[in-house]
Design a protein around this ligand. Structure first.
Ligand SMILES: [Zn+2]
Length: 59
């Protein structure tokens, strides 16, 4: 299953959310704000499902 990524608002790198789900599971996730610390710049991200890079599901 693809590992979900979001783009860091500060350094613009794609960072792993730690969520590893298929598209069916993704669609059923609760759309709430989650937080994540960027491993590159240590900026704390607040992200929601809209921020996820969905290109991983197209393969
Ligand atoms: Zn960053």
């Amino acid at each position: 299953m693809p590992l979900l990524h979001v783009r860091c608002a500060k350094c613009r790198k794609m960072i792993s959310t730690g969520l590893d789900v298929d598209f069916e599971t993704f669609k059923d996730l609760t759309d709430t704000e989650r937080t994540l610390e960027c491993p590159r710049c240590e900026e704390t991200q607040v992200w929601s499902l809209d921020d996820v890079d969905r290109s991983v599901f197209k393969a």
